[in-house]
Design a protein around this ligand. Structure first.
Ligand SMILES: NC(=O)c1ccc[n+]([C@@H]2O[C@H](COP(=O)([O-])OP(=O)(O)OC[C@H]3O[C@@H](n4cnc5c(N)ncnc54)[C@H](OP(=O)(O)O)[C@@H]3O)[C@@H](O)[C@H]2O)c1
Length: 298
């Protein structure tokens, strides 16, 4: 628990990660403010002005979980994605700087092009492949420019109980008896929002040197391996009978409007040096997720 009551502003608290950040902060005793998009739209200059006028004592920290996250749709809506992921993130960062509110901005592994074969570090050059990644990278740059004290928490392959995510898609499809075909040539680090959320709060409390931190799960795998792991854990949690048969396919067999990096695992060595990582093994995180999803299904 935190010692005195602290007030935290979570932007995008209605999203998949945002829900868990709000939950984790409340469990630690924070008073959490989480205005919806109607009250605090990152594109709205008047809303940003109002926020600016709240003054330094209003909150003790801000976490930005809000973003335009529709990776494929962004290809057709670059202006909209840029307005939220880049300009909006930069405006929020500037307001936090003016009010001296400690600020964490969440970013993505999609800032990389996937040409590496070992986990990406914070110092590796970025080269996003699609519009979403480009707007998120532009957001990182604007955040750092507007607020040199900011933290950028890059994460990857998020899944959580409050959003549409890959584990849910796999479980639903398997339970519906569908044929499962999953790409085996894209590799990354799945990250459970239930584990990322408390880590972001630890980062905010610890206040290490500002800059970029990779905040991803500890296990590197392909989407195909992840699918098999998800369904194996689901069966062990629920005892639901049935064969698990996931066919590995190539990215070229599953074309998408936005190109994805073939390899985007994030190294968390920098975070480990602060004692904030590794997160729990993926099997443990998935066990929690599957228990929660199974309970939600009733
Ligand atoms: N999902 C992943 O696999 C993944 C991977 C790597 C990094 N990330 C990053 O992690 C963060 C959280 O992702 P997520 O998957 O939890 O996102 P999400 O579930 O799509 O939630 C995004 C949130 O942002 C809000 N939002 C969108 N536009 C806004 C605006 N103009 N002003 C204010 N709020 C706005 C949404 O509000 P509404 O509900 O009103 O739309 C929603 O609450 C994002 O920065 C994302 O880029 C995600």
């Amino acid at each position: 628990m935190i010692s005195d009551t602290q007030r935290l502003l979570v932007v995008g608290g209605g999203g998949m990660l945002g829900h868990d950040v709000v939950r984790a902060a409340e469990a630690l005793g924070y008073e959490v403010l989480t205005p919806g998009r109607v009250d605090l739209d990152l594109r709205d200059a008047a809303a940003m002005d109002k926020l600016r006028r709240m003054g330094p004592l209003w909150v003790n920290g801000v976490i930005n979980c809000a973003a335009y996250t529709a990776v494929d749709r962004a290809q057709d809506e670059p202006m909209e994605a840029f307005a939220i992921n880049a300009k909006g993130a930069g405006s929020l960062a500037a307001v936090c700087a003016e009010n001296v509110w400690p600020f964490i901005h969440v970013s993505t592994d999609f800032v990389f092009d996937g040409k590496k074969t070992t986990p990406y570090t914070e110092d590796d050059p970025t080269n996003p492949l699609g519009v979403y990644g480009k707007t998120k990278r532009a957001g990182e740059e604007l955040v750092m420019q507007m607020n040199p004290q900011a933290y950028i928490a890059r994460t990857s392959w998020l899944f959580g109980v409050d959003g549409r995510c890959f584990p849910r898609t796999m479980i639903d499809a398997w339970r519906a008896g569908k044929t499962l075909r999953v790409v085996a040539d894209q590799v990354g680090t799945p990250t459970y929002t239930g584990d990322l959320a408390p880590l972001l709060l630890q980062l905010l409390n610890l206040r290490p040197a500002p800059g970029i931190y990779h905040t991803a799960g500890p296990d590197v795998m392909s989407w195909h391996q992840f699918a098999e792991l998800i369904l194996g854990v689901w069966q062990s949690v629920t005892d639901e009978p049935g064969e698990i048969n996931v066919a590995p396919i190539a990215t070229s067999d599953w074309p998408t409007p936005a190109a994805r990096p073939a390899y985007s695992a994030l190294s968390t060595a920098k975070l480990e040096s602060l004692g904030l990582a590794p997160m729990r093994a993926m099997t443990e995180a998935l066990t929690d997720y599957c228990r929660a999803y199974s309970a939600a299904l009733g």
